[in-house]
Write a protein that binds this ligand. Structure first.
Ligand code: ADP
Ligand code: ADP
Ligand code: ZN
Length: 207
């Protein structure tokens, strides 16, 4: 089963992809995590993308697409993939159609006014890439590995605004793109993490 996630920054795509990866035993592939890992390791790719990501802009398509293509060739993707954060524009979506088309696009629909508090309260583990919210996990330490949680450099007000603009102009049109292909599953993302997950599982079962 090949699944992609649509939805603005903070909608809960990463949270849901990570839960579904455990349920379906298929890999959760987050382009944002791949970039952040490169930044952490100081690779040439990391150096190329750091300023772009910190500014809330999109990394160039050629680089992003080649990283995703390489990742999808790995053996664990034979069973399928859960792509979180890719595609983010029509060009990326068309290129994915030509290599490994998704069976379904899960569109996590959410009220714009919740997003800022979701993103501003997001805490990430630099070790295991786990994602939490201060209201749910008030401790400063990762519940899984005990490492101090951090605020992502792009989860600051000005960059959040910029990322929402980029989403609305470049990524939101993909909702119509997958709708026309008959591959769109829209889920109410304003509910609890567990309820959203249950709705996705039920929606995918019916397809
Ligand atoms: P995205 O990958 O779409 O940017 P995340 O999965 O990282 O979003 O979630 C953003 C923040 O909101 C995180 O702090 C996460 O713990 C929290 N969160 C995710 N889903 C929900 C939900 N259904 N209800 C409340 N908080 C949520
Ligand atoms: P969020 O889940 O909060 O939307 P991500 O972790 O998916 O954020 O992405 C963080 C940043 O990484 C994006 O703002 C963008 O700069 C870059 N990025 C991630 N995926 C892509 C992509 N498919 N194309 C271009 N840039 C990307
Ligand atoms: Zn951790």
């Amino acid at each position: 089963m090949n699944i992609i996630f649509l939805g603005p920054p903070g909608a809960g795509k990463g949270t849901q992809a990570s839960l579904l990866a455990g349920l379906y035993d298929i890999p959760h592939i987050s382009t944002g995590d791949i970039f952040r890992d490169n930044i952490k390791r100081g690779t040439p790719i990391g150096k190329e993308v750091k300023l772009i990501i910190d500014a809330g802009a999109l990394v160039p398509d050629d680089l992003t697409i080649s990283l995703v293509k390489e990742r999808l060739k790995r053996e664990d993707c034979l069973k399928g993939y859960l792509l979180d954060g890719f595609p983010r524009n029509l060009y990326q979506a068309e290129s994915l159609e030509s290599v490994a088309p998704p069976d379904m696009a899960v569109n996590v629909d959410i009220d714009q006014d919740i997003l800022v508090s979701r993103l501003a309260g997001r805490r990430a583990c630099p070790n295991c890439a786990g994602t939490y919210h201060v209201s749910a996990v008030p401790s400063e330490l990762c519940p899984v590995c005990g490492v101090k949680l951090t605020v992502r450099p792009d989860d600051v007000p000005e960059t959040i605004r910029k990322r929402l603009e980029v989403y609305n102009s470049q990524t939101a049109p993909l909702i119509a793109f997958y709708g026309q292909l008959g591959k769109l599953l829209t889920i109410d993302g304003n509910q609890s993490i567990e309820k959203v997950c249950g709705d996705i599982v039920e929606g995918l079962r019916k397809e």
